[in-house]
Design a protein around this ligand. Structure first.
Ligand code: ADP
Ligand code: MG
Length: 324
């Protein structure tokens, strides 16, 4: 009698308490690899949450991709030189955030870099001629991008200008996906889009271990123990080609209208991915001196830079934890 009661209770209780496990999934979205791993006690709910992450990434891709002719961003690039273009609050806010980093960095981060950037085709090793590049470089300048918060419009001050959110949109998308997981009560997870990751909690009793890739090899040069934070790496090895010993890659120094070449890799740690993403691109352009100066002035942000000699440099808070 007691035995059968025990067995019946067990059969009833067993599925209620469930078995927590790690669930993971990855998909190619936004021209990169999107990865999510989370700890959950319900396989069906875990699958729904992971689908939610992918859906949110795809939604933002459809909104902000410069390559999809139907995206809002493509519409801006097509029409904003002729007349102000009204955009969603979401796109407007992200452009405003990008401009904040432009102000903070004296224009090192500048989404109008695309005036030059879009003349490069890294996969097919194509670059503009010297004259063409100089003409395009003259169109860079976020101050010629007019934002009107009342009408929620964007307008280009110069015909031929272009914008691209490639230096900040992935970080934003990661934050959005993480917000969804947090709202659903997830306590341990990682969401990654290319070089941008954000962690919820720890890896159950120990930190997540994230590696920084050697800029000229596959191995990791540094492994960082992290929890509840965002990490973003920008490198000159992601999209590039070489010609006559010169590397043409996807991070453009707006002042030169050419690839930034003082650093090989920049990793930024921050609370949110949107900031880590924008700042890793910003520091890459600024170079070691100005880059470290900027990061050292920001609370709650750390950086690891690899310069062109391969030397690793750290923000002061990582060298001396009493500094922050
Ligand atoms: P990814 O993860 O794609 O390598 P990064 O965070 O390293 O992205 O940023 C590189 C991307 O940022 C480029 O592909 C381009 O879209 C954009 N970008 C390049 N130069 C600048 C710049 N000076 N300011 C803002 N965005 C830039
Ligand atoms: Mg970035």
């Amino acid at each position: 009698m007691w035995v059968s009661f025990f067995i019946v209770s067990l059969i009833w209780i067993w599925p209620q308490c469930g078995f927590s496990e790690w669930y993971k999934r990855d998909e190619p979205i936004m021209g990169t690899r999107v990865f999510v791993e989370l700890w959950h006690d319900d396989p069906a709910k875990a699958a729904l949450l992971m689908q939610g992450v992918m859906d949110e990434m795809e939604r933002i891709n459809q909104l902000m991709s410069p390559y999809k002719t139907s995206s809002e961003l493509a519409r801006v690039n097509r029409d904003a030189a002729t007349a102000p273009v009204q955009v969603s609050q979401e796109l407007f806010d992200l452009v405003q955030k990008a401009n904040h980093y432009s102000d903070l960095s004296g224009g090192a981060f500048d989404i109008t870099f695309a005036s030059v950037g879009h003349q490069f085709d890294y996969r097919n090793r194509r670059r503009p001629g010297q004259q063409e590049q100089a003409t395009a470089a003259a169109l860079i300048g976020y101050r010629s991008l007019k934002l009107d918060p009342v009408t929620r419009t964007l307008e280009f001050g110069k015909p031929g200008m272009r914008i691209d959110l490639g230096g900040i949109a992935k970080g934003y998308a990661v934050d959005q996906a993480v917000s969804g997981l947090l709202a659903a009560g997830v306590e341990h997870a990682i969401v990654t889009a290319g070089g941008d990751s954000r962690l919820i909690g720890d890896h159950r009793g120990r930190p997540w271990m994230l590696g920084i890739k050697h800029p000229r090899g596959e191995e990791h040069v540094i492994t960082l123990p992290l929890s509840d934070s965002a990490i973003s790496t920008s490198g000159d090895y992601e999209r590039f080609f070489e010609e006559g010993g010169v590397r043409f890659h996807h991070i453009i120094d707006p002042a030169k209208g050419d690839s930034a070449r003082e650093l090989l890799s920049v990793t930024v740690l921050a609370e949110h991915s949107v900031d880590a993403d924008a700042l890793s691109t910003t520091l890459f352009v600024l170079g070691p001196q100005k880059g470290l100066k900027l990061v050292n002035s920001l609370a709650g942000v750390s950086a690891i830079l690899i310069d062109r000699t391969g030397k690793v440099r750290y923000s002061t808070d990582l060298v001396d934890p009493t500094m922050h």
